[in-house]
Ligand binder design. Structure first.
Ligand code: SF4
Length: 53
């Protein structure tokens, strides 16, 4: 079982770094980026540390 990092909440269960039973990331830090030239809302941002399970 991965150790949850309680400073990084996340509900992306299809990510290998997700804690599974708890909605937290298991990494010590993550990188957040964007796929837009001019991000205007939360949907414009991405977790760049995502790894498919
Ligand atoms: S790497 Fe990103 S998407 Fe994956 S569990 Fe951590 S915060 Fe969520």
């Amino acid at each position: 079982m991965e150790t949850p990092n309680r400073s990084i909440k996340c509900n992306v269960e299809s990510c290998r770094n997700h804690c599974g039973s708890e909605d937290y990331c298991s990494l010590s830090c993550i990188t957040v980026g964007t796929h837009e030239c001019n991000p205007t809302q939360d949907a414009c941002t991405d977790c760049m540390s995502f790894v498919k399970k």
